[in-house]
Design a protein around this ligand. Structure first.
Ligand code: CP
Ligand code: NVA
Length: 314
């Protein structure tokens, strides 16, 4: 049987997302009630970090323990990965000893090569191109806040919505576009010139589920959700100064939030830089759901790990 990896958002279908959102809600409810939920007893997750992390590490590690399993944590600095052992060899060895692998690395090609030689499912914990676990959490958070009782599917609440992306055409933006195309909402993209989304990298069709705006205010107009991310992603630090200048007008402020719908939410995957990509009054204001968004990483990833290893459980 083919192994189900989660390397980008399009690796799962709409039906599977509907299941995962329902399952994550159940898993979260049990967690809040201190009810044990340990379907992954005796299973091991290897986490490989080639870039820094707070949320991804804590959410996967705590989540796996809560599911009854255990975790092995590897970084480039303390494993042979940093001493040029071929990625294919690392994949063959690691995947003989664990049940699941999560990788945070640079190029998507690296995680794809690892997955091609892995005996077990591989999860993308962020690459230069994509951050699917974060969008999984963001959509779950939106559904939690805006879903209505009686909707047949959790996906109903996403259909026809407008998400304003203000900032870099980065891994988060690419993943939002994939999600929009798959789940039936629209992304209003506003990026500084030179930092646009590359449609081929994002792997989406032109103008199918996104619209490009020069002015971030126009992108926010009528949005159900306004979201942004750091101006300089990990791995691009050398461009920091040039980016500071180019992104100066791409700071989500109260005026942008007023251009959005009155009940619009604000999200940020974090870590955030107040006064750069977002003003403190927005991220710390009443429309912001960033703390739920961060917490939900753990609940959705528990549902994801369970699904990749055990399939649907009713
Ligand atoms: N949002 C996110 O992935 O955070 P970390 O870099 O802290 O893992
Ligand atoms: N775009 C950011 C997200 C951090 C969670 C980065 O890649 O650094």
């Amino acid at each position: 049987m083919a192994i189900q990896h989660y390397l980008q958002f399009t690796d799962l279908g709409a039906d599977e997302y509907a299941y995962l959102f329902e399952r994550a809600a159940l898993i979260k409810k049990k967690f809040k009630a201190y009810e044990k939920h340990q379907p992954l007893a005796d299973r091991t997750l290897a986490m490989i970090f080639e870039k820094a992390s707070t949320r991804t590490r804590v959410s996967f590690e705590a989540g796996m323990y809560q599911l009854g399993g255990s975790v092995v944590h590897l970084t480039t600095g303390d494993s042979q990965l940093g001493r040029a052992e071929p990625i294919e060899d690392s994949a063959k060895v690691i995947s003989r000893m664990v049940d699941l692998v999560m990788i945070r690395t640079f190029g998507q090609d690296k995680i794809a090569r690892f997955a091609a030689h892995s005996r077990v499912p591989v999860i993308n914990g962020l690459t230069n191109e994509f951050h699917p676990c974060q969008i999984l959490a963001d959509l779950f958070t939106f559904i939690e806040h805006r879903g209505q009782a009686g909707q047949a599917s959790p996906l109903d609440c996403l259909k026809g919505r407008v998400v304003a992306w203000v900032g870099d055409g980065n891994n988060m933006a690419n993943t939002w576009l994939q999600a929009a195309e798959l789940l039936g909402f629209t992304v209003h993209l506003s990026t500084p010139s030179g930092y646009e989304v590359d449609q081929a990298v994002a792997g989406v069709r032109a103008n199918h589920s996104y619209k490009v705006f020069k002015d971030p205010m126009d992108a926010c107009h009528g949005a159900d959700l306004v979201t942004t991310d750091v101006w300089t992603s990990m791995g691009y630090e050398a461009e920091n100064e040039a980016r500071r200048k180019a992104f100066a007008d791409w700071c989500v402020d109260a005026e942008m939030m007023r251009a959005a719908k009155p009940d619009a939410l604000f999200m940020h995957c974090l870590p955030a830089h107040r006064g750069e990509e977002v003003e403190a009054e927005v991220i710390d204001g009443p429309q912001s759901v960033v703390w739920d968004e961060a917490e939900n990483r753990m609940h959705v990833q528990k549902a994801l790990m369970e699904y990749l290893l055990l399939g649907r459980l009713e």
